[in-house]
Design a protein around this ligand. Sequence first.
Ligand SMILES: Cc1cc2nc3c(=O)[nH]c(=O)nc-3n(C[C@H](O)[C@H](O)[C@H](O)COP(=O)(O)O)c2cc1C
Length: 165
Amino acid sequence: MKTGIIVYSNTGNTLQAARRLQEAMKGKGQEAELLQVRAGNEKPESDVSRVRLTEKPSPEGFDRLVFASPVWGFSLSGVMKAYLAGLPPLAGKKIGLYVTHQFPLPWMGGKVADDAESYRYLAESIRMHPSQEELKTIMKTAGFGHVDIHNMTGGVVALHVGIKC
Ligand SMILES: Cc1cc2nc3c(=O)[nH]c(=O)nc-3n(C[C@H](O)[C@H](O)[C@H](O)COP(=O)(O)O)c2cc1C
């Protein structure tokens, strides 16, 4: 079974993950080829109709395909969308897809809010924040006899309620 890992990467993250995937597959004795989609646009282009694809790897000859792309503007990168839109039918092939993303982002702070430092701090504080259960334990250790966790907005926000007995 031959796998084609078809990757678009602008700054290297998705490509790095693709290389690791390829190595892992090869390590298991599987045949995996890495192919890159490329675009001639100077800046990331989300408008699919304006993407100029310069390299469009063929999906032919693979039994399995893994498509890999960065997230741009809360969606698949315009380059990968343009590439996928031009593909022939993939019937009979096993398909996988992964994306890389980074949110909240220093690039957002830098390019959108002009305050990269605060966004770096925000990303770091999210990384360092204890899990819900860890925070519950910390609160109990601090003397709250009863601690409840209320997930809100599907768990995007959680309210920890502690009762001091
Ligand atoms: C124009 C642009 C838009 C982006 N939009 C998002 C986004 O909406 N959400 C997110 O989590 N990351 C976003 N990112 C961050 C990328 O998805 C992330 O850095 C990704 O790993 C880059 O992959 P690459 O190095 O393979 O290009 C964006 C990056 C760029 C350049």
